[in-house]
Design a binder for this molecule. Structure first.
Ligand code: SF4
Length: 315
């Protein structure tokens, strides 16, 4: 992780203060996740919406362990040598999804640079297991960059998720100090590649006069791409607008903008608490740029209210 000087955290502005609901449904979510021995990014990343989402009976599953091979300055997930993948984890995620009666699932993972495929096959197996046990569910994956390897991205796409989410996290200038090993251009490339691979696959299928498996990719449906940017790390409005334009240049469909909050004193400090009006203004700008769906607000995270997205039905 980027080393930062420990300073006391500034008091949160009113719009970021949340009440901690104590609810039975929160405890039920906790008990279920414990029973099935599943990790969530809600907990591992110290998400400020943890109480709200779990009380509503939603959570974002974090597969492939809880030890990340990277050490980004904003993220509270532990950096350590990862353990072996658990072969039955996909089934346990599917079972949790069934019991939670989720209509929309978000599956993320730690970066697994130690694995030859970056964990892509594990993603694929998890998507397939979730779909098999929960027909009709909307499946969203929030992936690492897989070092931009075509074969790994194809492996995830072959399981036909509805939404492929990969976060840009911050503006170009701040990327080296905010993200570890990931680069701004590589993330754009990943998102652009998803669109190109899916389009090429659909075209081949159309040429063959059939929709089905083609070159290992699903061909029946569009896969929407999604990305997120944290605000409050010292970026300017112009830099955010440039980043939004860069995302549109690779045909990114969905955008989230949320306030960065320092998870511990060892992480990057907050430079600015961006007021809600600014989120509204930037969200409006993003809509004008053509994103299909935009969520912009201080508490927005990649997976916050992810089930509220309204997408055109998949052709
Ligand atoms: S916003 Fe996402 S990561 Fe945070 S608690 Fe909700 S589901 Fe979990």
């Amino acid at each position: 992780m980027t080393t930062v000087e420990s300073k006391p955290r500034p008091r949160l502005p009113e719009w970021l203060r949340t009440k901690l609901p104590t609810s039975e449904s929160f405890s039920r979510t906790r008990a279920l996740l414990d029973e099935l021995k599943l990790h969530t990014v809600c907990e591992s990343a110290k998400c400020p919406n943890h109480w709200e989402c779990w009380s509503k009976g939603t959570a974002t599953f974090m597969i492939a362990g809880d030890r990340c091979t990277r050490a980004c300055g904003f993220c509270a997930v532990s950096t350590a040598k990862p353990l072996a993948l658990e072969a039955d984890e996909p089934q346990r995620v599917a079972e949790a999804t069934r019991r939670m009666k989720l209509k929309h699932i978000v599956i993320t993972a730690v970066a697994r640079d130690d694995l030859a495929d970056g964990g892509a096959e594990h993603f694929q197996r998890t998507i397939e297991a979730v779909r098999a046990l929960n027909p009709g569910i909307v499946i969203e994956v929030l992936t690492p960059d897989f070092n931009d390897r075509d074969r790994d991205i194809e492996m995830v796409l072959a399981a036909n998720p509805h939404i492929f989410n990969h976060n840009l996290e911050t503006v170009r200038r701040l990327t080296p100090s905010v993200r570890s090993r990931a680069t701004y251009d590589r993330s754009l490339s990943v998102l652009g590649k998803v669109k190109k691979l899916v389009a090429a696959s659909r075209q081949s299928a159309a040429n063959l006069g059939s929709l089905g498996e083609c070159g290992g990719l699903p061909t029946a449906a569009t896969i929407y791409t999604k990305s997120g940017i944290m605000l409050g790390l010292g970026e300017t409005d112009d830099e955010v607008i440039t980043a939004m334009n860069d995302l549109r240049s690779v045909n990114c469909d969905i955008l989230t903008l949320g306030q960065y909050l320092q998870p511990t004193l060892k992480h990057l400090p907050v430079v600015e608490f961006v007021p809600p009006e600014k989120f509204a203004e930037l969200g409006q700008r993003a809509e004008e740029l053509g994103f299909v769906h935009v969520a912009s607000g201080p508490m927005v995270r990649s997976s916050y209210h992810a089930d509220e997205v309204t997408l055109p039905s998949r052709p």
